[in-house]
Ligand binder design. Structure first.
Ligand code: 13P
Ligand code: SF4
Length: 302
């Protein structure tokens, strides 16, 4: 029996569900029950009735699933699939900054570790960040940890003071305006769609800015034939599936998140067979992190 069949058998036997982010390898997206952006996957994790959630993504995503479904077994197939941006903030550094800045409300991107969420007032993803910040009654916001997404929010929520953290995604922050301009010269008719984790100059030259799902929807609903895409290249699996006959060009020499690419089919198989690697959080952190994530889930997409 091939690996795909074995994975499906194990999944059914154990009443498990496989969630995968759009940046995962093609074969992982292909076998997943649900593929989505961070927000959609968090929403799915909150409502599934499966006994086991296998999260093909990075650690903060599996942690978010665990916090939302604390009674379920949540598995991350590759133990060290982390997010370098999430590691750019921790609970202590956030509390210190909050005090220095005279207690602004803390909005944390879901791309944070659970300890940061536990001291946050509300979470957001790239799909709802503007609406989350707009929804707050407070006027001063500390946005943790992505300075690019934070700046994008600041530009779109002029009525609030948005204070930025100095974090960034190594994959998106590397996109350069020079590279984008060269691509635009080569493909003058292409529309440009980028993720808000990209630097300002790149965002400013785009026709559309949005989460991975936002980019996928933009391309599907646009009759243009060529697109320049500014996000991790795994998203092309779904985009190409939905858009036969359109052409796509990715900004950057290597738009790859190495952590998202760590999960192979063998890891997924082993995760289901040996029920590894289970996400176990400190119970107090798990409890405290629930509220900001739950609050976020109740707010709609941008
Ligand atoms: P979204 O899924 O919100 O588009 O986020 C991208 C990302 O960097 C996930 O790690
Ligand atoms: Fe983290 Fe960037 Fe990878 Fe997303 S793409 S998991 S933000 S390093």
């Amino acid at each position: 029996m091939d690996l795909n069949e074995e994975i499906k058998l194990l999944k059914n036997k154990k009443n498990a569900i496989i969630l995968a982010h759009y940046y995962e390898r093609d074969e992982i997206q292909d076998i997943a029950d649900i593929i989505g952006d961070s927000l959609a996957l968090a929403q799915e994790a909150a409502k599934t009735d499966a006994d086991i959630i296998v999260f093909c993504g990075v650690k903060f995503m599996a942690e978010t699933a665990k916090i939302l479904s604390p009674k379920k077994k949540v598995l991350l197939p590759v133990k060290d699939a982390g997010c370098p941006m999430a590691d750019m903030a921790n609970k202590e550094s956030v509390l210190k900054k909050k005090e220095e800045l005279n207690n602004p409300v803390v909005v944390s991107y879901v791309n944070t570790n659970a300890d940061v969420k536990s001291v946050s007032d509300i979470c957001c993803t790239s799909a709802n960040a503007i609406n989350v910040v707009k929804s707050l009654k407070e006027d001063r916001v500390l946005f943790v940890p992505d300075k690019n997404l934070g700046e994008y929010v600041k530009e779109n929520v002029k009525e609030k003071e948005v204070l930025l953290w100095d974090g960034y995604c190594p994959t998106h922050n590397d996109f350069s305006i020079n590279n984008l301009m060269l691509l635009k010269q080569e493909h003058p008719n292409a529309k440009v769609a980028v993720h808000p984790e990209s630097p300002k100059k790149v965002r400013d030259a785009a026709d559309f800015i949005g989460s991975t799902s936002g980019i996928i929807n933009f391309v599907r609903n646009n009759s243009n034939k060529e697109f320049i895409i500014g996000t991790e290249e795994g998203v092309l699996f779904e985009i190409k599936r939905q858009n036969k006959g359109k052409e796509f060009y990715i900004i950057g020499k290597s738009a790859i998140c190495v952590n998202m690419k760590k999960t192979h089919l063998e890891d997924l198989y082993n995760a289901l067979k040996y029920e590894q690697y289970e996400i176990i959080l400190n119970k107090e952190i798990e409890k405290k992190a629930f509220k900001p994530i739950e609050k976020m889930i109740s707010i709609k997409r941008n």
